[in-house]
Design a protein around this ligand. Structure first.
Ligand code: PLP
Length: 415
């Protein structure tokens, strides 16, 4: 097993081993702090006591969201999508948290590396790789309990080789393309392919799935194609395992697509896929907090500007505060178009420009915050900093609010 893992590591996991990389960086000997500067110990830095921004991951919120989704979906099992670094929250943190929830039947990723990271983080449940597997890594993945998603014409031959190498039938979920035009075997020529694969003794079909285009009048067409094809394949004796199609959008808009299992990503992290009218079906709570401490508080004179481009000019004496978190950390550049930041119990408008590592907020006529005060830029603590609100105010997708969070931000569990 260790060899197996190493062979994957050799493939380059650099981007995903953030905690280890940070540990190494933090434990490197540092010159003693100059007299007068606040001393921050290496261990505390990782816990967010320094002036570096950090991300909190809230296990209780993740669990609450999974429970709410399971209830909304009539207690169907959940295949929890944790692709793209668990939507920015951190794969190694989120994976084990979701693994322990009874409603979670398995975890799904798009990159093979992410499956390996999940196993290394201790995840026990089945992992579905919703992307193409290579001949080199396939058998290793199968040994690690990763379910493959065949969709190419030569899938049978390739899977047969993995079965020979591992000495067992290969568990798979068949990926069908019902109109998405991205991945999957096109539905109009899938029938004989399905029947052939499902009939193989070296393949075990645990599931069969599709992805919606999320177009109101086309989703029903896709679902009809899927259900019709599945029925036809079953008539010819193919066992298809659990049928699944519903991501977060369908979870809120298309109950007839819940089928045997639902497959949400975004909703698990506590955000709604499109608009906020959906909040009645399931009450979700953002499971993350993007946090930083104020590093500068100053009073602008009339005519003084803020940040690159001088997009903000004070008209009257105005206090402003600087936070050491910017677009390189994942806070959207467009936040200055109306987003707010929570400091203490009040929210303040982001002004000027979000630069790579800094964001400035307007305090007003009074100096209401101090250096070292904690700010929350994204989180559940105030409606103004909810990921959906930030997305609306910045005019960006809520998926980008989460998925653009830098993998280099230190992650720590919420207290
Ligand atoms: C990302 C993804 C999902 C989850 O989508 P959400 O909109 O985040 O719920 C489900 N299935 C596939 C194939 C995906 O790529």
């Amino acid at each position: 097993m260790a060899m197996t893992r190493r062979s994957f590591l050799a493939g380059g996991l650099a981007g995903l081993t953030t905690p280890a990389v940070l540990d190494a960086a933090i434990s490197r000997p540092r010159p003693a702090a100059a007299a007068g500067t606040p001393r921050v110990h290496a261990r505390d830095r990782a816990a967010g006591a320094g002036f570096d921004p950090w991300l909190e991951v809230d296990a209780a919120a993740l669990h609450g969201n999974v429970s709410a989704i399971a209830t909304a979906a009539g207690d169907r099992p959940i295949l929890a999508v944790v692709k793209n670094n668990a939507y920015g929250l951190g794969l190694a943190q989120v994976g084990p948290m979701l693994d322990t929830h009874d409603a979670v039947a398995g975890l799904a990723v798009v990159k093979a590396e992410e499956a390996v990271v999940l196993r290394r983080a201790g995840v026990q449940k089945p992992i579905l790789l919703m992307g193409l597997f290579s001949d080199e890594e396939g058998a290793d993945l199968v040994r690690q309990g990763v379910r493959l998603t065949p969709f190419t014409d030569d899938a049978g031959k390739r899977l047969a080789r993995f079965a020979r190498l591992t000495g067992r039938p290969v568990p798979v979920h068949l990926y069908l393309d019902t109109g998405m035009g991205r991945l999957g075997m096109p539905y109009h020529r899938a029938l004989s392919w399905i029947v052939e694969l499902a009939g193989r003794r070296d393949v075990r079909v645990e599931g069969t799935f599709m992805t919606f285009t999320e177009v109101d009048d086309f989703d029903p067409v896709q679902l009809e194609r899927f259900i019709h094809l599945a029925a036809e394949a079953k008539r010819r004796g193919a066992a298809l395992g659990a049928l699944h199609a519903a991501s977060s959008h369908a979870l809120f808009h298309r109950p007839e697509a819940y089928l045997d299992m639902v497959r949400p990503g975004l909703a698990i992290y506590g955000a709604y896929p499109s608009d906020t009218r959906q909040r009645t079906l399931a009450a979700l709570r953002p499971a993350l907090r993007l946090r930083a401490r104020v590093v500068r508080v100053e009073r602008l004179r009339p005519g003084d500007g803020v940040s690159y481009g001088r997009n903000y000019i004070a008209e009257r004496p105005t206090w402003v505060a600087t936070l050491p978190v910017g677009h390189a950390d994942g806070y959207p550049r467009r936040a200055v178009e109306g987003a707010e930041v929570l400091i203490g119990s009040r929210t303040y408008r982001a002004i000027g420009a979000v630069s790579a590592s800094h964001t400035v907020v307007e305090l007003g006529e009074e100096k209401t915050v101090e250096i070292g005060d904690e700010a929350i830029l994204v989180g559940p603590d105030h409606p103004a900093i909810h990921p959906n609100t930030l997305a609306e105010r910045a005019g960006i997708s809520v998926y980008d609010v989460l998925m653009h969070l830098s993998a280099a931000l230190p992650r720590r569990p919420s207290q």
